[in-house]
Design a protein. Structure first.
Length: 302
């Protein structure tokens, strides 16, 4: 195997065509440089330089090897740069899972800002439910998830990104659509559009719990799995819905959003990842996502 030290010495002599000048450029003694070139020729079993007391020239083998040496050294330098970028979390690949509802709020912001800050990191994105993300994290199918807590698996770690309040979505002609705030008991006679328990157990449990605390069990007119579907059904006059406030960003016509006076529980969006994963790219993504979410909240005046 030829050491890069010998390659660099040969390139320097080939460029200078003078052992004395090459030795000064390399900051080594001329006899040491001569031994390095001899060692290189012995390993290659070829004569690279013609030299006498007055002139040094490249042999045909030397000219060919000089071209290869340039490429080898350039490739090594490029590889070193790429390794340093990967080590610093600036280059590589990251698989990211996300829940559908986060695409109305924090996820686009986090992804956009991360791509601007780390253009050499390839992001693989997967829309998944919370349970699908937890399974994918455990199985190593994704590196990080944008989901909702709680995350009880001890092999996983979580970091909060954003906290969201619930609001009530009403058809624009609803009797309470023009109010600023309402009590949930005011909706006890209304039909509800509700998240399914199987697909959205967290939302389902929170909303049922809120209504029961207000003294009634919601009468469900229609179940839905996605926020935009629920809001579309509200717009069609099919019922009312309790949704995260991020639903406002959908801008679906015919819907009024009213604050809940009962101080409802909030829901979080968080990051989840394997505790054993020490990837610098993952660490950079988590730090950048947290910063992006905080700046967004400050800009929104939260």
């Amino acid at each position: 195997m030829v050491e890069t030290r010998l390659l660099r010495s040969f390139v320097c002599v080939a460029e200078e065509l003078h052992f004395g000048r090459a030795a000064r450029r390399l900051h080594i003694a001329q006899p040491a440089l001569t031994r390095q070139i001899q060692q290189l020729e012995e390993r290659l079993q070829a004569t690279l330089l013609n030299r006498n007391q007055r002139i040094v020239t490249l042999t045909p083998a030397g000219r060919m090897f000089l071209e290869r040496s340039y490429r080898i050294l350039a490739d090594l330098e490029q590889a070193a740069k790429e390794v340093r970028r990967v080590e610093a979390g600036q280059e590589g690949r990251l698989s990211v899972g996300f829940i559908h509802s986060s695409t109305y709020g924090v996820t686009p912001l986090v992804l956009r800002r991360f791509r601007l800050a780390f253009p050499r990191v390839d992001l693989e994105l997967f829309e998944m439910t919370i349970q699908e993300q937890l399974a994918a994290l455990r199985d190593g199918q994704i590196d990080v998830g944008i989901l909702r807590p709680p995350i009880s698996d001890p092999s996983l770690r979580a970091r909060p990104l954003r906290e969201e309040r619930f609001v009530v979505a009403l058809p624009h002609d609803h009797r309470l659509a023009a109010t600023d705030r309402l009590h949930l008991r005011d909706l006890s006679e209304d039909g509800f559009i509700l998240f399914t328990q199987r697909k959205s157990p967290l939302f389902y449990a929170r909303i049922i719990g809120m209504c029961e605390k207000a003294g009634f069990v919601p009468r469900v007119e229609q179940y839905a799995t996605q926020i935009h579907t629920m809001i579309g059904l509200v717009s069609a006059g099919m019922g009312v819905a309790i949704v995260p406030e991020v639903a406002r960003s959908l801008n679906i016509p015919g819907v009024a959003y009213v604050e809940i006076a009962d101080t409802p529980p909030t829901v979080q969006v968080c990051l989840g990842w394997r505790a054993s994963d020490t990837s610098p790219i993952l660490a950079a993504f988590c730090d950048h996502a947290e910063t992006s979410a905080r700046l967004a909240a400050e800009t929104a005046g939260e």
